[in-house]
Design a binder for this molecule. Sequence first.
Ligand code: ATP
Length: 137
Amino acid sequence: MAETMKLQVITPDREFYNDEVTMVELNTANGQMGIYPHHIPIAVAVAPGVLKIHREGEVREAALLSGFTEVLPDKMTILAEACEWPEDIDGARANEARIRAERRLSAENKEGLDVARAEMALKRALVRLSLAKEKQS
Ligand code: ATP
């Protein structure tokens, strides 16, 4: 049997996940990472992406939008500002967020626009839409 580590994902309103896992894939400020048990201790900022939780031969996916992760050899903790299972994603809402962000970023007059904020909003919307495709109107 594959070795495991504990994965805990905490959001502001609930404990999203708490179980033994064999591998975790996530997007960080330093790029895509795959974390196995016995990883050296690190702490990194989360970037919007698909969180892939591997356990007992199965993979579950969730939208992980932002937060912070601490990796220890036997435990990985993700403090997430937002994390959603595909079935919890409101595709129409994400599509509206995408349209809003794209409109802002393509406006001729960008005076007063926080470009980095709009780009992050667009990334969050695209991650959500990639997992909730069937719910898009
Ligand atoms: P919006 O502009 O639609 O609020 P956002 O990217 O700014 O999107 P976040 O700040 O990432 O939203 O999230 C705020 C809260 O709303 C979190 O609890 C998050 O899980 C929830 N949320 C945001 N968008 C969606 C969505 N499309 N489906 C389900 N929950 C969502």
